[in-house]
Write a protein that binds this ligand. Structure first.
Ligand SMILES: C[S@@+](CC[C@H](N)C(=O)[O-])C[C@H]1O[C@@H](n2cnc3c(N)ncnc32)[C@H](O)[C@@H]1O
Length: 239
């Protein structure tokens, strides 16, 4: 049976922060999840395995496709430019390429090269739903994104902001940088989708504080994602 890894906020929600050094139910402390060395160890090994954090890839891909259909680019069936930030070894990119009927220009980005390589290998073997769809897998930091302004219709963050928020010293700074960068590269009418199991009372407050600090007037809405009995949310941020 599918068992999603849910260590990001179920074991430790920000309202119940554990003491330093305390280990969560998976045997590592939560600060670890914000450290590049941890992700490098996971992805730079000979046998990297597919892992979907928080929720199954097909469920999330369906939610993302439904959201795309509400955007003007989705309604017109024209090219959709989508960036998955902190793609890791998730199968969401694969499901999107296999299920989106319109042409998709997909970019997978992670700050560990092993994750981008893994995605590239997996996607190379997949069949595309739309023959005009393309994908690129690159190494990059979500806090300094290597794209021009107004590039993407959709940015997907599944568990990546959650990971940055585990950094006890730089959580808010990193969070602001990530949101600034994502909003900068979103096209007009585009949307940043965050998948997390963080409750709306915490996440909406966090985002509103970020918008106030970085002085943007952005909107956020959310919907619940059905995930085999677990509670998970999709937040939609737009300008
Ligand atoms: C919790 S995992 C989620 C992976 C994948 N999105 C999923 O749902 O399974 C967080 C991912 O974010 C990546 N990551 C963390 N900080 C990052 C940063 N500053 N820039 C780019 N990627 C980052 C990690 O390498 C890891 O792959």
């Amino acid at each position: 049976m599918y068992r999603p890894l849910r260590v990001l906020t179920t074991c430790v929600s920000r309202s119940k922060v554990r003491s330093q050094g305390e280990r969560n139910c998976h045997g590592f402390n939560d600060q670890t999840l914000s450290e590049k060395s941890y992700w490098t160890t996971r992805y730079e090994t000979p046998r990297v395995r597919a892992v979907d954090w928080l929720a199954p890839a097909d469920v999330i891909a369906d939610h993302v496709v439904s959201k795309i259909e509400t955007l003007s680019t989705g309604r017109s069936g024209s090219l959709v430019r989508l960036l998955d930030v902190g793609c890791g070894t998730s199968h969401v990119p694969l499901h999107l390429l296999q299920s989106l009927p319109y042409p998709l220009q997909l970019v997978c980005l992670d700050y560990v090269p092993g994750a981008a390589r893994w995605q590239s290998d997996v996607l190379a073997k997949s069949s595309l739903y739309n023959k005009l769809s393309t994908y690129t897998c690159i190494t990059g930091d979500v806090r300094a994104l290597p794209f021009r302004n107004d590039t993407f219709h959709v940015i997907l963050d599944k568990g990546t902001l959650d990971s940055l928020l585990k950094d006890r010293r730089r959580a808010l700074q990193s969070c602001d940088m990530m949101i600034i960068e994502c909003l900068r590269i979103l096209r007009t009418g585009g949307v940043l989708l965050q998948i997390t199991d963080e409750d709306p009372d915490l996440r909406i407050r966090l985002l509103e504080e970020v918008f106030s600090r970085i002085q943007v007037s952005a909107h956020v809405s959310y919907s619940q994602v059905e995930t085999h009995g677990y509670e998970c949310f999709m937040y939609a941020l737009s300008l």
